[in-house]
Design a protein around this ligand. Structure first.
Ligand code: ZN
Length: 321
């Protein structure tokens, strides 16, 4: 609600054109914070963008409130991730689309051939596509196309904004590649709370193991924990990671399990998997979240990382963009 009010405030502060800005501002409602971030970059100041799921919210489990449904119904444009990430919201998207509302999945811009499909889950690709910066560039492009359809007058600007943002994403992608490659090859294993990092691992050359599966809806069995403890001990993996949107009890169990077998593993830090960091901070932006993840992982696993990450912003209280 805070950022919605800020959006109105910002529109009002434009000044002399306040009333016309309000009349033409596109109201965009998104599900996750990552999708809101794309929408803000592409729509620029010609839109009021709000997300339903905030910091630390797990999208797999999120059940929309009556107030969310009202916001979705009244928005000019609804953008969501898709690929069943928002597991409990599929019905709503179908319902509003059938009523002629404008609703699009940003992941629909990503080539099918690119999608990871876990074994035994045919027809259900891994939805965590934002973890590969190049895939997220395709989602950015899909957002520009969607906004063009919703508001053809703004089309030129949406494509121009998307191109500016894509240039930033290209340098982010290069940074991530570089810091992950600096990890000694035997230690390039990322162990986290749930399987959100498959695309990250494929894109940047890390073996990835999640304690819980692709969705947090499945409970991890003890066998998984024991198997992972074995991997940590055998490969002398120095760190495992917790996630901001998933409880850390199983990760703590890994640390204890490895310790009991004589291998000290540390929690290398908290990663932003399915939700970005606090609004207004660097980690509360998509670029900041990926920077934080890559820098934290590379540092904890023995890589070489600039002290404050990509562009010197990791840990800064303000979103400098
Ligand atoms: Zn997830």
């Amino acid at each position: 609600m805070g950022s919605w009010k800020q959006g109105i405030w910002a529109a009002t502060m434009i000044g002399l054109s306040a009333s016309s800005a309000m009349a033409t501002a596109l109201e965009i409602v998104t599900t996750t914070t990552q999708v809101a971030d794309i929408a803000r970059h592409v729509a620029g100041d010609q839109a009021v963008v709000t997300s339903i799921m905030g910091e630390g919210v797990d999208p797999h489990l999120y059940k929309p409130l009556a107030s969310d449904v009202r916001r979705i119904m009244s928005a000019d444009v609804v953008l969501y991730n898709g690929l069943k990430l928002e597991g409990r919201m599929g019905d709503i998207f179908e319902r509003i689309a059938s009523r002629g509302r404008f609703v699009r999945a940003v992941a629909s811009g990503i080539d099918q051939k690119f999608l990871l499909v876990p074994e035994g889950q045919e027809g259900h690709p891994d939805p965590h596509v934002w973890m590969d910066v190049q895939a997220w560039m395709a989602a950015t492009q899909a957002t520009a196309i969607a906004l063009c359809q919703a508001n053809p007058d703004g089309c030129e600007m949406y494509h121009a904004n998307a191109a500016i943002y894509a240039a930033e994403l290209i340098s982010l992608d290069e940074y991530v590649r570089q810091v992950i490659a600096s990890i000694p090859s035997k230690q390039r294993v990322l162990v986290t709370a749930h399987d959100a990092f498959g695309y990250f691992g494929r894109a940047y050359g890390l073996e990835v193991r999640g304690i819980q599966g692709i969705s947090t809806e499945s409970e991890a069995g003890l066998a998984d924990v024991n198997g992972l403890v074995g991997l940590l001990v055998e490969r002398r993996i120095p760190a495992v990671f917790i996630e901001s949107s998933v409880p850390d009890k199983y990760v703590r169990a890994l640390v204890e399990g490895a310790k009991a077998r004589g291998h000290d593993v540390v929690v290398g830090g908290e990663l932003f998997s399915d939700a970005m960091g606090k609004p207004g901070t660097w980690e509360g932006t998509y670029i900041g979240m990926i920077d934080h993840n890559a820098s934290t992982v590379a540092r904890a696993l023995g890589g070489t990382v600039p002290e404050q990450g990509f562009r010197g912003n990791v840990g800064s209280a303000e979103d400098p963009s």
